[in-house]
Design a protein around this ligand. Structure first.
Ligand code: MIC
Ligand code: SF4
Length: 675
């Protein structure tokens, strides 16, 4: 049940304050609203004032990158000619591209390590674990702001932190001391009551959220958890929920910071970093959704969308070829310990393979201590690296037409590396039951539920997190660049008109960045080489796209036409940059996913939206378009008229950009803006 709760009087007072720009008074009004998200954001606002939908700039305390987006982010950071990062903490994780089938990945790793060393960034070496899991263990801090060049950065929201996934260029700007801009979100309170029953997991909570609101339902919102059910969930469970909140399109997700948060931090030797962030009350939220944890049943997301959620029981008996347990959603000690206990004394089914990728070295070390690790091997599981691995198609690909059950957060078409595979998303409990019985089945058949308790103490070993060189020594550090690292392209100011733009592709609703710029073992190593990676744009759905785009480029440029929620999923800015490299000047869609739109702005690509959705039906692939008076229209906030020269009609398009974003687009992107 979703209740709309608008508090008119408060909003009206706020609007008056916004008009007069009384930001201090504004602060006082909002002091009455105790939502965790509002409190943290409010304390970090440096530009603008809180008005839902309007842009604010926030100070960023921490940044994170991972290697697949990091190389590009650091190339951009280098282009800014700054001597050292100015954030409180910046960490560069190497966890995605760890296959190393040739020189490309290790070259990128060396580059990232040398950059980190020189500019004052910590570097988590390959093997140390998945960025979000390691970050939760070692760095996430309640009350702080974090942006990460990975869409699952909200994992740290489980620690009471405002953690937002963004494009790499936004990270580069934040590391230089710039603020991060976002549209002031609505806060959706998700009230948890009751308590999860045995074999029902945190994963089922977020699958239930996705079942109710789908992959677009969180757009423009922060999902904030509150209510008596919160204290029944430990931090790693909360992090599973905030991690996969990304799949709803939400700006981020967050939990309060309470005694449970404090215990987790204490275990990590970081109790001094705890602050209390009490949960919000009903009246603090713009909308409320209620979930009774006691009533939840195991759920499953069917191919090819995390929003395609049904009760597990609907699929009982379906044969399972491959089970994969891991990813930043479900690779914590709690998850893997539970799996290990359930596997104890059992063997995996003859026709099913099981692969496990732990989240971090810390997780593995703990599992080794109590013998849990041995259970995996004894049962016949294949132990994979502490890395993203099969979640992003790096190894452990399923067979042709396989049914894969995994604990990951995304089952987008082709992401596993095998187009014919059908990928289902489940909890670790459901996954392990399928590995043992060889089919989708009720995990309660496994008998008693092992009740996980956080260990009394942990061995903290940060030796795989490299400290940067001191300020004094930084000048001596040489940046190591392998031959796969291509320089950034040049960026040019936006022209006032395009005379001949070809519609190079027309795609449907919910196109993901995995459709636009696929990942996987073959393409991911090209992330630091734009000319090469561009030749794979839209490969999953239309292999000829790059050739057509290049032809269109010679004739004046290309346009991509899309449906709603265009660019959902990952934060990869390559989904903006690589089409741009192929001559795509504008995208014309029904609506955009947040991070992808920000990336288009950052690289000066016109992010147009159909004013009348019927025009989407009329326009055809191959049509030639022209656009005139672009600059004046943008400056005056008027519709941009796209002329369909082939069919002879005008299309009114809007763009919903702030003044700052408009200026960036006109300048040709963030790298040329203001420089
Ligand atoms: C993903 O899960 O899709 C990724 C790979 O982690 C991406 C980042 C990337 O494309 O490098 C994400 O989620 O942002
Ligand atoms: Fe890595 Fe998968 Fe998490 Fe992306 S979703 S960060 S690929 S584990």
């Amino acid at each position: 049940m979703i209740l709309n709760r608008y508090f008119l009087s408060v909003i009206q007072v706020m609007q008056v304050l916004v008009i007069y720009n009384f930001s201090i008074l504004n602060f006082e009004v909002y002091a009455k609203m105790t939502s965790v998200a509002r409190k943290i954001l409010k304390e970090h606002i440096v530009e603008g004032a809180w008005e839902v939908g309007k842009e604010i700039g926030i100070k960023i305390d921490q940044t994170l990158t991972q290697d697949a987006t990091g190389t590009m982010a650091y190339l951009q950071f280098e282009a800014m000619k700054v001597k050292r990062v100015t954030t409180e903490l910046s960490v560069s994780y190497i966890d995605h591209n760890t296959l190393q089938s040739d020189f490309k990945n290790p070259d990128d790793h060396r580059y990232l390590m040398s950059i980190a060393d020189k500019y004052g960034i910590k570097c988590s070496r390959p093997g140390n674990g998945i960025c979000h899991q390691v970050n939760l263990e070692r760095f996430a801090r309640p009350g702080k702001t974090l942006i990460g060049s990975d869409s699952h950065t909200p994992t740290a929201g489980g620690m009471g932190q405002i953690a937002i996934g963004v494009g790499g260029l936004d990270i580069a700007i934040a590391m230089r001391g710039g603020s991060f801009h976002l549209k002031t979100p609505k806060i959706m309170g998700i009230k948890l009551t009751g308590k999860l029953q045995p074999f029902v997991a945190a994963k089922d909570v977020i699958l239930e959220v996705l079942r109710r609101i789908g992959v677009k339902g969180g757009v423009g919102h922060i999902l904030e958890y509150f209510g008596p059910g919160v204290k029944t969930l430990i931090v790693p469970e909360r992090a599973t929920i905030t991690n996969m909140g990304a799949e709803t399109g939400a700006t981020t997700s967050v939990f309060p910071s309470d005694e449970i948060t404090k215990q987790f931090l204490a275990l990590e030797g970081r109790e001094d970093q705890w602050i209390e962030l009490p949960e919000g009350k009903d009246e603090d939220f713009d909308e409320i959704m209620e979930i009774n944890l006691s009533e939840l049943e195991p759920l499953i997301a069917k191919p090819h969308s995390p929003g395609n959620v049904v009760p597990l029981s609907e699929l009982y008996g379906m044969k399972v070829d491959q089970v994969a347990i891991g990813s930043c959603t479900n690779s914590s000690l709690k998850d893997l310990w539970t799996v290990a206990q359930l596997l104890k004394g059992k063997k995996i089914a003859r026709a099913t393979v099981l692969g496990i990728s732990p989240g971090s070295r810390q997780v593995v070390a703990e599992l080794a201590k109590d013998g849990s690790l041995a259970n995996f091997y004894a049962a016949g599981a294949r132990m994979l690296e502490n890395a993203c691995g099969p979640c992003i198609g790096i190894g452990f690909a399923p067979k042709t037409n396989a049914v894969r059950l995994c604990t990951f957060n995304r089952n987008f078409f082709g992401r596993s590396g095998v187009k014919s595979a059908n990928v289902y998303l489940v909890s670790p409990e459901v996954a392990v039951a399928a590995a043992i019985f060889g089919e989708v089945t009720d995990p309660r058949k496994l008998g008693d539920y092992p009740k996980f308790k956080m260990p009394e103490s942990l061995e903290i070993d940060d030796s795989m997190i490299l400290e940067p060189a001191s300020v004094e020594k930084a000048d001596e550090v040489e940046i190591i660049r392998g031959p796969n690292i291509a320089p950034l392209p040049d960026f040019f100011p936006l022209p006032d008109q395009f005379d001949h733009l070809s519609v190079v592709i027309k795609v449907e609703d919910d196109i993901t960045t995995d459709h636009i710029m696929p990942a996987g073992a073959k393409i991911l190593p090209l992330r630091s080489n734009l000319p090469l990676i561009s030749m794979h744009v839209f490969e999953q759905i239309d292999e000829d796209f790059p050739n057509r785009a290049l032809k269109a480029k010679e004739a004046g440029g290309g346009v991509v036409v899309g449906g709603s929620n265009y660019g959902q999923g990952s934060s990869r800015e390559h989904a903006a940059l690589a089409p741009m490299y192929l001559g795509i000047k504008a995208k014309l869609v029904k609506s955009y996913a947040r991070i992808h739109k920000d990336n288009l702005v950052n690289f000066g690509i016109l992010p147009l939206e159909f004013k009348n959705e019927e025009d989407y039906d009329k326009i055809k692939q191959g049509d030639i378009l022209s656009i005139k008076n672009i600059i004046a229209s943008l400056k005056e906030g008027k519709d941009i008229i796209v002329r369909n020269e082939t069919q002879g009609f005008d299309i009114h398009s809007t763009y919903n950009l702030s003044e700052r974003e408009t200026d960036i687009i006109i300048a040709g992107g963030s790298l040329t803006y203001g420089s």
